[in-house]
Design a protein around this ligand. Structure first.
Ligand SMILES: [Zn+2]
Ligand SMILES: [Zn+2]
Length: 184
């Protein structure tokens, strides 16, 4: 578990390129999410970041990706997917927040993600894991039209049907028909 860190003094006039290739274990939040959300990151977290220094502030932009396996929230079928997300985070040094700092930002940059750092290192571990975590679907679906499992007997309604589901569907349908008729 070595955190992904950048040393601010290593960023010179030219942007610093940081290649990320880490096991899931590096990111505590993702380890927790695997347990809680019943999903699994099936490979390494990879990415490329460009780190630019702007006076005492540091801009990190780039993309990170991770292969992900989860199960459909309706029918429990296995889903494999790939998270690939781009971001820009602006790190302000955590001292002397003078009024002019805001003015130095170019227009349109206020909506950037911003964070802060202190000392001479920036730990990117948490920022990276948050970017990945935001992309993990809370209610994954194998397809938008997934019919799910029958609540009564557990039959997968995508591949077969059962008597209990037919009853429910026809009841719902006749109720709808009645409604239309009474409206006329
Ligand atoms: Zn499904
Ligand atoms: Zn059924």
């Amino acid at each position: 578990m070595v955190p992904v860190k950048i040393v601010v003094d290593h960023i010179k006039d030219t942007p610093l390129t940081v290649h990320i290739d880490e096991p899931v274990d590096t990111f505590p939040l993702l380890v927790t999410m695997q347990d809680d959300n019943n999903c699994s990151i099936t490979g390494r977290i990879q990415g490329d970041l460009i780190v630019t220094r702007e006076y005492e502030n540091v801009r990190v932009s780039g993309r990170v990706s991770a292969p992900l396996a989860l199960s459909c929230s309706r029918c429990l079928a296995d889903i494999t997917t790939f998270i690939d997300t781009s971001f820009t985070i602006f790190f302000r040094k955590e001292v002397a927040l003078n009024a002019s700092t805001e003015d130095e930002l170019e227009l349109g940059e206020m909506d950037l993600l911003s964070s802060s750092y202190s000392g001479d290192e920036i730990d990117l571990t948490h920022e990276i894991e948050e970017q990945i975590a935001m992309e993990i679907p809370v209610k994954p679906l194998c397809s938008e039209s997934c019919k799910g499992l029958c609540h009564e007997c557990g039959t997968d309604l995508n591949t077969s049907s059962c008597s209990c589901s037919k009853e429910n569907v026809s009841l719902a349908f006749s109720a709808l028909k009645d409604f239309k008729v009474t409206k006329k």
